[in-house]
Design a protein around this ligand. Structure first.
Ligand code: ADP
Ligand code: MG
Length: 373
């Protein structure tokens, strides 16, 4: 990726039936970047992608490509190709003809078509599948054909809307790696849509976190994870304990009735803040060494670690530890300064970050509901 801006959205808004779906979003996408739009279902990801592709027009704001406004340029005149979740392959054609389609339309020579299709088959790991009918392929193989069919046109930008949504978990993981490789090999800018935070973190150069038609944060996966801008982002990306706190002074935060050293500064004296502590950043220690103490209310074995819920003064923390502790035990907890991340209060304050109502079953149920949409 380099720093040349390829696509800019400037204050783009869109409403359907009087309902605002995108609320003045602004975003720069750079040449060769792997950008992911991430957010819960209904937050406006697909609409954003469709506006970039030219399938929807913004009500207000501008779409800029290579320095030129393209608001009114139709999709087929944009240097953009799209891969949808439903692959939309031609069922009566074989793999070769599906992939060759775009070049045939452009009246490319047969010789070049053969060469290019071969390249694409190698790129998507489907060597030898030329003569297969697409309806005899697995879901994962069909998705590869769809990607090859889009990439053969050599677009500047590939738009991918939850392309792995229909695949099972193992295949998804493999395809995530392969897509990342394809993007790096071809140098094509990828704009990828998903509601899966793990997928977004593992594939992207840049993650754009959206909620309610607004962009909450734009940053690298590590920035988004380590320095979430507000309680929504902290909660949506990974697990987070989010405490009500006060920034006493620079490098001194108070929460859970104690004052902690931290690395944050620049807040007003005694400014109310939200404090994030990740479950993997809390150490279980003997009671007399603890900065905080609490009662273990549940223990779940997760393979690599135990996930425990600890009641600290009525607020339930999630903590990941490799030490075994028992339900009912009172334990000490230690938090290093760099494990504390302080955020400004926002409209999301108080909505997330307490594990009182948390259970594995609820977590699974909400995952299933999202996948069925
Ligand atoms: N063509 C449309 N007509 C009416 N409402 C739409 C249309 N497209 C999307 N919406 C609504 O806009 C909101 C955002 O949709 P979408 O961009 O598809 O979200 P996401 O992809 O993040 O799930 C949703 O409430 C959806 O119902
Ligand atoms: Mg969508």
């Amino acid at each position: 990726m380099n720093e040349t801006t390829l696509i800019s959205l400037r204050d783009v808004s869109k409403a359907f039936d009087g309902e605002t779906v995108l609320d003045a979003i602004s975003l720069d996408i750079h040449d060769k970047e792997f950008v992911t739009l991430l957010g819960p279902s209904g937050c406006g990801k697909t609409t954003t992608l469709r506006i970039i592709g030219g399938f929807e027009y913004p009500d207000a704001g501008t779409v800029i490509f290579d320095g030129k406004e393209i608001n009114d340029v139709p999709p087929y005149k944009r240097p953009v190709n799209t891969v949808f979740q439903k692959y939309a392959l031609f069922p009566n054609m074989n793999v070769f003809e599906n992939i060759a389609f775009g070049l045939r339309i452009k009246k490319t020579s047969e010789e070049e078509i053969v060469t290019r299709v071969k390249e694409m088959l190698a790129l998507v790991n489907l060597k030898g599948f030329e003569r297969r009918r697409v309806n005899t392929l697995s879901g994962g193989q069909q998705q590869r054909v769809a990607i090859a069919r889009a990439l053969i046109n050599n677009p500047k930008v590939l738009l991918l809307d939850e392309p792995l949504g229909a695949l099972d978990l193992k295949l998804r993981k493999d395809m995530q790696n392969e897509l990342k490789n394809m993007q790096q090999k071809t140098g094509i800018t990828f704009i990828y849509v998903t509601h899966d935070q793990e997928e977004a973190l593992s594939m992207s150069d840049t993650v754009v976190v959206m909620s309610g038609g607004k962009i909450q944060q734009i940053g690298s996966p590590t920035t988004i994870y380590n320095e979430p801008i507000n309680a929504f982002v902290a909660d949506f990306i990974g697990e987070s304990n989010i405490l009500n706190g006060v920034m006493i002074s620079d490098f001194k935060a108070k929460f859970s009735g104690q004052t902690f050293k931290c690395l944050d500064s620049g807040f007003a004296p005694n400014e109310p803040v939200d404090v994030v502590v990740r479950p993997e950043d809390v150490d279980v220690v003997p009671l007399d060494k603890g900065m905080l103490s609490g009662t273990v209310t549940s223990v779940t074995f997760k393979g690599v670690h135990y996930e425990i819920i600890v009641d600290i003064g009525g607020f339930k923390w999630m903590i990941q530890t490799t030490d075994f502790v028992a339900v009912g035990e009172i334990i000490g907890l230690y938090i290093e300064p760099d494990a504390i991340h302080v955020m400004k209060k926002s409209e999301f304050s108080g909505m997330f970050g307490d594990y009182s109502s948390y259970s594995d079953e609820l977590d699974r149920l909400s995952d299933v509901t999202e996948e069925n949409e």
